[in-house]
Design a protein around this ligand. Sequence first.
Ligand code: TMP
Length: 210
Amino acid sequence: MFITFEGPEGAGKTTQVNLLAEALRADGRRVVATHEPGGTVLGEDIRRILLAPGGTISPRAEALLFVAARSQLVDEVIRPALARGEIVLCDRFSDSTIAYQAGGRGLARDAIESLITFATGGLEPDLTFLLDLAAAAGLNRKHGGSQTRLDLENLAFHERVRVMYLDLARRFPDRIVVIDAARPIDDIARQIQAITRERLAARAGGERSR
Ligand code: TMP
């Protein structure tokens, strides 16, 4: 099962990925936790280029770099782990490119969707947790921490990202679960664990009846 975590800056995705990985391992399941952009040697190199503040990266070049990192991660890490029957948790995936490069940057959504399909070979998550938070609240949480090139975009950019995420959640209601990320970390973790265990049980039931 392939599970992704999405949301704006400062929504707490990384914390929730780690907490879910811990909980599933305690259930005796094998889990691979990874993140985007990154998770491979090539991906981490691309991450440094993409996130370093300053410099000039055009919107289309930016989109291509994000999907290049994803392509490597899918081929090198995600597909092999899924083939071994493991659960893969990924901190960001294709929805980020639609939210940031189509929503935030204003690139054509159908072009971005084609790039994503090419890069992933059509791999899509089984379940996505969208940690939803007002753009200003997320950015405030990140203040004090290190700011990436994308964190430094203006509030309007981050608001367009949120609008696109919520649009994706409306389009794919079976896959994307919207989580109110303004709540305490432990409440969110419990909700995410409960939903994941339910989905895993439903899949196991489906496989048995086939
Ligand atoms: P983070 O994963 O540490 O939050 O940093 C990744 C940054 O890159 C974040 O600002 C979101 C952005 N991003 C995109 O713009 N497009 C993408 O496809 C992905 C994966 C991330």
